[in-house]
Ligand binder design. Structure first.
Ligand code: ADP
Ligand code: ASP
Ligand code: MG
Length: 815
C-alpha cells in the first residue's frame, strides 16, 4: 500500500485537482490512501472567519460566502452536471453547519481553541469530499474516510498529541475490512476521546499521511507539493536552490524543524520508525524524481558537506542572566519546565561556560507567554536580585546549516561565520547540536533573506558568486562603464564565475532600481529617463535596506555630497568604488575613517582611478607597501589635462583654445581650473602620499602654479576670456623652456614627507620628456628601487580608460 498526500497548492482549484487525479489514476496507485489538505489559503481564511466573528465583525459572513463560492465553483468545474447535485448539496450542508458555528461565536463574542479546530476542520472535509466525488464521477472507485474516526488524540486543540496505540489499531481495522483499495481522506484533522474535532498543527496533513503510512506499514509515503522535492534552501528566497535527491530522515527532520516548510516536522518520526521511504514530489512536474528521504549513510552520493539551509523567520531570544545562576544546579531544569508547562517550543539553546546566562530562542508569537511564566517561576530569585528579569529580544530569525557530513568535518562554522561577517550580518547567538548535524545562528530578521543567500552561495554555488552593483553617475564615464559591464557580463560568468548585476543606476535627476534580476542593460538609458528622483539620503537608505549580498556602491560623479555618504555604506558592509576623488582627498581624518571602516566591516573602499585613470598606480603602491617596501620618493606627471595642453601648445594657437580642445575631448574636470591651477594634481599626489603611509593635508603641499591670479575669479566662461588676455604670459613660459631645449611639464613630487606640484622645464634626458598626448607617468623610488625607479606609464585620462579602471576595481571587490 502507498500513502499519497497532496498539499494545499496541489488542490488549489479545479485545474490543479485534475492534475492530482491524473497522478492518482495510475496503476501503481491502485492500492493507496490519498490524504488531502484544504484548498490553498482556505485554512487561513477559516481562521479569519472565526476571529472576525469573535470580534463581533459581521464581515465574517462575507468571508464565508466567498469560501462557499470557491468550493461550489470547484465542484461545478469538476463534475458533470448530471452528477453535481449530491456533491453541491453536501457542500451547502457543510456551509450551513459552519454558519451556525460562526454565528454562535459571533453571539458569544468568544472563540475557544476547540471551536476554532471545529471551524478549520471544514477546509479538509470539503476538499477531500469534492475530490472523492470527482473520482467517482470518473468511475474511479474510491472510499471517503473521515480521519477523525481513526486518528485519536488528546484534547490539546490546535496542536493535539496522537494516541498511536489506539490510532494504529483503528486504521488497521478499518482498512483491512474495507471493500475498496483507493481511499480519500482529509488530512490535518483528528478527534479526542470525547469525539471533539482536533487538529495536528499547521501543515499537519503531512503528519496525517505519515500516521496512516506507519500504521499500515506502507510501502512508501509520497508528499506531493508545488516544488520538486526538498531543496537546498527555500526556492522562494534562493532562486538557485536545487533539489536534494537523497537525504536522511534526521537531516530532513533538522531542515524542517528549522523552517523548511515543505515538510511538517513531526511527519518524519512515524515513517522513520517503520523505515518507510518518504518521497517529496512535484504535482506540477510529476516526471521529476524529487527527494527521497530514508535511512541513509551520508556522503554516498553527494560531494557537498552541507545538505541544506533553512530559516525560521520570526523568533525571539530569551536570556536568563544573573550571578545567582553560577554553580547552582537546577536552574535550567526549572527554566525548561516552566516553558514546557505553557507549551512553549524551544527552538535553540545556548549557555555560556561562565554559567552566567542561558539563552533560548522561541517562536516570536510565544515570547510574551514565555516571559510571564519564567518571571513567575523565578520570582524569589528576582526579588533577591540573584537573577535579572527575563530579557526578551524580538525581530530575530534563525538560520541553520544542516548536513550529516558536518560531523567531524572542521571549518564549516568558520566558513559560515566569515561569509556572514563579510556581508555585515551580525550574529546574536550560535548553537551547534552535539550530533553536529546542524549549526544555527540567530540574526536580525532584516538580514535573514540575505543570510540565506550568502550561505547558499558560500556552500552550494561554487559555480558562481553574485555581485550587486549600484552605479551613481551615468554621464560620460558612468555610461561607458555600464556599456563595458553589459559587454562583459557573459564573459565574467563563464570565466570568473562572477554574476555581475547592476541593481541600480542614478544620475543627478533620476534613479532606476531593480533588485530582482538586475537592470536590463539593453535599454537602461530610456528606463533611467523614465524613472523619478530620490533624494540622496533616501537612496542610501534604500540601498542599505535592500540588504543585498556582495553589494558595491560605485561613485562615478565628482560630487561632494555623494562622497559624504561612503561612511554610512561601508558601515553596512557595502563596498565603495569611487573615481570621485573628493573623499580620498578630503581631510586626513575622513580619509582614515573610511579606510578603517572598510577594514572593520570587510568592505573594500577602492579608488584606483583617482590617480592615472586605469593605470595601476595605487595598486602598485599598495603592493609595494604591503610587501614591506618603503617609499623614498615619488615623482609624477599626473594630469592628463596639463599634459595634453603643454604637448599641444607651441605658442602658435591660443593657449585658451588648446584648453578648450582638452575640455571638448573630455580630459578636464567640469571646471578646468581645477586641472590648470594644480588642485587636481595636488589631490593626486596627496592620495599617493597617504597611501604610502604619510599623514598629509592639502595645506601641506606647495603649489608652484602658472596661472595668473585673475584667472581664478568668476565663471568658467570668464576664465577663458582671462586666459586670452594673458596669452603673452603663456607664450613666455613656452619660449623660456623651448630656448633651453626643454618641454613644459606639470610635475608632482613627494619626498621626505613633503609634497609639491609645479611647472618645470624638462630636459631631453628626463624620464618625463617623452610623454605624449594625455599620458601619465609615476616614478616610485623605494628601498627596493633606490636608483632605477619602478615606473608606471600610460594613458592617464579619458572616459573609456577611466571606466575600465572602475570596472577593474569592481572585479577586485569580488575577489
Ligand atoms: P503544501 O501546500 O504542499 O503542503 P507547503 O506550502 O506547506 O506546501 O510547502 C511547500 C513550500 O515550502 C514550497 O513552495 C517552498 O516555498 C517552501 N520551502 C521552504 N523551504 C523549502 C525547502 N528547503 N525545499 C523546498 N521547499 C521549501
Ligand atoms: N490545511 C492545514 C494548514 O493549512 C494543514 C495542511 O495544509 O497541511 O495548516
Ligand atoms: Mg505543507
Amino acid at each position: 500500500m502507498k500513502i499519497l498526500k497532496f498539499g494545499g497548492s496541489s488542490v488549489a482549484n479545479a485545474e490543479n485537482i485534475k492534475k492530482v487525479v491524473s497522478i492518482i489514476n495510475q496503476p501503481e496507485y491502485n492500492n493507496t490512501i490519498v490524504v488531502v489538505s484544504a484548498f490553498a489559503g482556505v485554512t487561513d481564511q477559516l481562521i479569519s472567519t472565526g476571529t472576525q466573528a469573535a470580534k463581533g465583525d459581521e464581515v465574517y459572513k462575507e468571508t464565508l460566502l466567498a469560501l462557499e463560492k470557491k468550493h461550489i465553483d470547484a465542484a461545478k468545474n469538476l463534475l458533470p452536471v448530471a452528477t453535481q447535485s449530491s456533491c453541491l448539496s453536501s457542500i451547502k450542508q457543510q456551509f450551513n453547519e459552519l454558519e451556525d458555528i460562526c454565528e454562535g461565536v459571533f453571539r458569544l463574542g468568544e472563540l475557544s481553541n476547540r471551536t476554532q479546530d471545529r471551524i478549520i476542520s471544514f477546509g479538509e472535509l470539503l476538499s477531500s469530499k469534492i475530490i472523492a466525488a470527482y473520482l467517482q464521477s470518473m468511475h474511479i472507485a474510491n472510499e471517503w474516510i473521515d480521519s477523525r474516526e481513526l486518528i485519536k488524540t488528546n484534547s490539546n486543540f490546535g496542536f493535539a498529541t496522537v494516541d498511536f496505540a489506539l490510532t494504529n489499531q483503528l486504521i488497521v481495522e478499518k482498512i483491512k475490512t474495507a471493500a475498496n483499495s483507493l481511499f480519500i481522506v482529509p488530512g490535518f484533522i483528528a478527534s479526542d476521546t470525547e469525539k471533539h474535532t482536533t487538529t495536528l498543527g499547521r501543515g499537519g496533513s503531512d503528519y496525517t499521511a505519515s500516521i496512516y503510512a506507519a500504521a499500515l506499514d506502507a510501502q512508501d509515503l509520497e508528499i506531493w507539493t508545488d516544488v520538486t522535492g526538498m531543496m537546498t534552501a527555500d526556492p522562494r528566497w534562493v532562486p538557485n536552490a536545487r533539489t536534494i535527491q537523497h537525504i536522511s530522515y534526521r537531516e530532513a527532520m533538522e531542515l524542517s524543524h528549522f523552517g523548511a516548510k515543505v515538510i511538517y516536522p513531526p511527519t518524519i518520526q512515524p515513517a522513520m520508525q517503520k523505515g518507510i521511504s518518504i518521497w517529496v514530489k512535484n504535482t506540477f512536474a510529476p516526471a521529476e524524481a524529487g527527494t527521497l528521504i530514508e535511512h541513509h549513510v551520508a556522503g554516498n552520493d553527494r560531494s557537498e558537506i552541507i545538505t541544506g539551509i533553512s530559516s525560521i523567520n520570526q523568533v525571539s531570544l530569551l536570556s536568563l542572566e544573573g550571578s545567582g545562576m553560577i554553580g547552582i544546579p537546577g536552574f535550567s531544569k526549572r527554566l525548561f519546565e516552566a516553558l514546557a508547562s505553557q507549551h512553549v517550543n524551544v527552538i535553540l539553546i545556548t549557555q555560556s561556560s561562565s554559567e552566567h546566562s542561558i539563552c533560548v530562542a522561541v517562536n516570536a508569537t510565544e515570547a510574551h507567554k514565555a516571559k510571564a511564566i519564567v518571571d513567575e517561576t523565578f520570582d524569589i530569585e528576582l526579588q533577591s536580585g540573584k537573577l535579572d528579569p527575563l530579557k526578551v529580544e524580538n525581530g530575530l530569525s534563525i538560520i541553520a546549516l544542516v548536513g550529516d557530513k558536518m560531523q567531524s568535518h572542521p571549518g564549516i562554522a568558520g566558513k559560515m561565520f566569515s561569509a556572514l561577517g563579510r556581508n555585515g550580518i551580525n550574529i546574536r547567538a550560535i548553537a551547534q547540536g552535539s550530533s553536529e548535524r546542524n549549526i544555527s545562528a540567530v540574526v536580525s530578521f532584516n538580514d535573514i533573506k540575505k543570510a540565506v543567500n550568502v550561505l547558499h552561495e558560500a556552500f552550494f554555488e561554487t559555480s558562481y558568486k553574485q555581485l550587486n552593483v549600484f552605479i551613481i553617475g551615468a554621464g560620460n564615464v558612468g555610461g561607458k562603464l555600464i556599456e563595458q559591464i553589459k559587454k562583459q557580463q557573459d564573459y565574467l560568468l563563464q570565466h570568473l564565475n562572477l554574476q555581475l548585476r547592476i541593481t541600480g543606476i542614478a544620475n543627478s535627476k533620476q534613479v532606476l532600481l531593480n533588485e530582482e534580476g538586475g537592470i536590463d542593460l539593453s535599454n537602461w538609458k530610456e528606463a533611467l529617463q523614465k524613472s523619478s528622483a530620490i533624494p540622496l539620503n533616501d537612496l542610501v537608505e534604500t540601498i542599505i535596506n535592500k540588504n543585498l549580498r556582495n553589494s558595491v556602491f560605485v561613485d562615478v560623479t565628482a560630487n561632494a555630497q555623494v562622497a559624504s555618504v561612503y561612511d554610512k555604506l561601508l558601515a553596512k558592509s557595502i563596498s565603495v568604488v569611487a573615481c570621485n576623488k573628493i573623499a580620498a582627498s578630503s581631510s586626513y581624518e575622513n580619509y582614515k575613517k573610511l579606510k578603517s571602516l572598510a577594514k572593520e566591516f570587510n568592505a573594500p573602499y577602492l579608488f584606483e582611478t583617482n590617480v592615472g585613470a586605469s593605470l595601476p598606480v595605487i595598486g602598485t603602491l599598495n603592493d609595494l607597501i604591503r610587501s614591506g617596501d618603503q617609499v623614498n620618493k615619488i615623482q609624477a606627471v599626473l594630469s592628463g589635462t596639463l599634459n595634453f595642453v603643454f604637448n599641444h601648445y607651441d605658442g602658435k594657437k591660443l593657449f585658451a583654445e588648446v584648453v578648450k580642445d582638452a575640455q571638448n575631448e573630455g580630459y578636464t574636470e567640469p571646471d578646468p581650473r581645477l586641472d590648470l591651477g594644480g588642485t587636481d594634481v595636488m589631490r593626486k599626489i596627496m592620495i599617493l602620499a597617504r597611501e604610502a603611509g604619510e599623514k598629509i593635508e592639502m595645506e601641506d603641499i606647495s603649489n608652484n602654479g602658472f596661472l595668473p591670479a585673475s584667472c581664478f575669479n568668476g565663471s568658467v566662461a570668464d576664465f577663458y576670456t582671462e586666459m586670452e588676455k594673458h596669452e603673452a604670459h603663456f607664450k613666455a613660459l613656452y619660449e623660456a623652456a623651448a630656448k633651453e631645449n626643454c618641454k613644459l611639464k606639470f610635475v608632482a613630487s613627494f619626498e621626505n614627507g613633503k609634497a609639491s606640484v609645479g611647472l618645470q622645464h624638462i630636459p631631453t634626458n628626463s624620464d618625463f620628456y617623452h610623454l605624449y598626448g594625455k599620458d601619465n607617468i609615476v616614478l616610485f623610488y623605494t628601498q627596493r628601487y633606490p636608483e632605477q625607479p619602478l615606473v608606471v606609464k600610460g594613458a592617464g585620462a579619458g572616459a573609456d580608460v577611466t571606466a575600465s579602471g572602475i570596472f577593474a576595481d569592481i572585479i577586485r571587490v569580488a575577489r
